[in-house]
Write a protein that binds this ligand. Structure first.
Ligand SMILES: Cc1cc2nc3c(=O)[nH]c(=O)nc-3n(C[C@H](O)[C@H](O)[C@H](O)COP(=O)(O)OP(=O)(O)OC[C@H]3O[C@@H](n4cnc5c(N)ncnc54)[C@H](O)[C@@H]3O)c2cc1C
Length: 471
């Protein structure tokens, strides 16, 4: 691959001349803001960033990079914690200006351009009382989240984000544009549903939508318990979740109560075990369905209330603005074992900063009824995706949060199912990428061989072409 020294101002001028979007190179006043991603720990210096205005700009960038052997990075929401939306010396194909959504209420579909955040999609679907399964935050990018699988509040009821993907428009490594769906480039469509950004640049996605709650209003919110009760709470939770109707889901975590309203002031700064619930069924059934949640144990706070689904999705966004230091490690878990609970108890008490946290997200119900080889996303055994997250605004604490995360992960990993959700990986090497895909890796490598034999798209959790794995 060429370095930035090989990309002359002249060649960049040639590229810029054919674009509708802006090309921002080193030395440009906008360069530092344009190269920044969500994780403030990432400090990469690309050769240039192109803020694409349309699909033609994307095609021009792919051809420019491929023909000159220049590394390409693809950025949509910029939320990837490993910082895979940017790379040193690369040409960054930045899709963040492509943010239009089109809702079709009759077909019950929503089309989202690749630069959309989930907040954009929730806004479009919420107006019709609908939603498509996404994640747990509004600021995360649609593109990266979808391409890795997509785990969120609606996973139990409607499946992963990829289980609701109907089609995607993709610029391939040769610069051509194809639509991937069940009936067109079906092998590519299979791979896109979990295989990450390995197969091309997706410029838009079309998803199936569902009615949720009543007119889009769900009953949701956190319930907090004393950290001393973590064993009792986790044991109850692990038995309860599989027995619940799929309209109710909840992720469990360890966290410090944020020192802001609406959290009660007497709890600010207290380390707790929390479950954030979301009930998407009919409201006249809510009381019965939520009864076990309301009556268990001695909660410190019960924050369940009716709210628009979009409000739930954006609840945590203000607490986690862009630019903080992030270091995380993850795994899938088939069960929350007693041994795991002891590790959670130990590291919950050691949460190093107010923003650091641990979450376990259920992947059961509708998501586990899809066969493990039906899409690239392989872990569908009815367990949890776990993530340990060290976060702090101060770069001086980068070492502290990283060490806590690594130590916690090291002790917890033996209780895991082996691999991690690909969107929760840092730069952890090829074996961890393979473990993320289990038996689906070989098929992914074959499809990579077909669509990107030269591994043009390799700034990602890389799947290497089958016949040329060193590429
Ligand atoms: C605070 C936070 C909360 C999160 N919550 C959730 C959650 O609830 N559920 C969940 O499933 N995940 C969650 N994630 C993980 C998230 O799914 C990944 O970080 C994902 O990569 C973010 O997508 P993005 O478009 O914002 O990323 P970017 O950084 O823009 O891109 C990430 C990767 O995707 C590839 N990519 C991006 N856009 C395209 C494209 N258009 N075409 C092809 N490849 C592309 C890039 O090459 C890169 O490898 C969360 C992450 C953070 C930081």
């Amino acid at each position: 691959m060429k370095t930035s020294a090989d990309i002359t101002a002249e060649t960049l001028d040639q590229l810029a001349a054919g674009l509708r979007g802006d090309l921002i190179a080193a030395g440009d006043p906008a360069y530092d803001a344009a190269r920044a991603v969500y994780n403030g720990m990432i400090d990469k210096h690309p050769a240039a960033i192109v803020r694409c205005r349309d699909v033609a700009d994307v095609i021009a960038c792919v051809r420019f990079g491929r023909d000159r052997g220049i590394e390409l990075a693809v950025r949509s929401g910029g939320h990837n914690a490993a910082g895979l939306g940017v790379a040193d010396d690369a040409l960054v194909i930045d899709l963040s200006l492509l943010r239009s959504t089109t809702l079709n209420p009759e077909n019950r579909t929503v089309r989202a351009d690749a630069g959309c955040t989930w907040g954009d999609v929730d806004h479009a679907t919420g107006a019709f009382g609908m939603a498509t399964p996404s994640g747990f935050l509004a600021s995360t990018g649609v593109a990266g989240l979808t391409l890795g699988g997509g785990i969120g509040y609606l996973t139990r009821r409607f499946g992963l984000t990829v289980d609701n993907l109907l089609s995607a428009d993709v610029v391939l490594a040769d610069g051509s544009l194809v639509t991937a769906s069940a009936s067109s480039h079906s092998d590519l469509f299979w791979a896109l549903r979990g295989g990450g950004g390995n197969f091309g640049v997706v410029t838009s996605f079309t998803f199936r939508c569902h009615d949720i709650g009543e007119g889009g209003t769900v009953i949701a919110g956190p319930v907090f318990y004393d950290l001393a009760d973590v064993g009792e709470v986790m044991r109850w939770y692990r038995e309860l979740i599989p027995s619940l109707p799929e309209e109710l889901s909840g992720w469990i975590g360890l966290l410090t109560v944020p020192p802001v309203p609406p959290f009660p002031e007497q709890l600010w700064g207290r380390k707790v075990c929390g479950i954030v619930w979301c009930y998407t069924g009919r409201h006249d059934r809510a009381e019965a369905v939520l009864e076990p949640v309301r009556t268990f144990g001695s909660p410190l706070m019960v924050g369940l209330q009716p709210m628009p689904f979009s409000a739930l999705q954006s609840t945590f966004d203000p607490l986690y603005p862009a630019g903080m230091q992030w270091y995380w490690r993850a795994d899938f878990f088939n069960e929350i074992s007693d041994a795991a609970i002891e590790v959670h108890r130990k590291y919950g008490a050691l949460l190093p900063t107010g923003h650091s946290t641990m979450h376990l997200y259920p992947i059961d119900g509708a998501a586990s009824r899809v066969a493990a080889d039906a899409t690239a996303f392989a872990y569908r055994d009815g367990g949890w995706a776990g993530i340990i997250v060290g976060v702090d605004p101060d770069p001086a604490n980068a070492g502290l949060i990283s060490q806590w995360t690594k130590d916690y992960w090291q002790e917890l990993h033996p209780t895991s199912a082996g691999g991690a959700y690909v969107n929760f990986l840092m730069d952890e090497g090829q074996d961890r990428v393979k473990a993320a895909y289990r038996g689906n890796y070989d098929r992914l490598a074959q499809i990579k061989e077909r669509y990107d034999p030269d591994n043009v798209f390799h700034v990602n959790q890389n799947i290497q072409p089958a016949s040329n794995p060193g590429r």
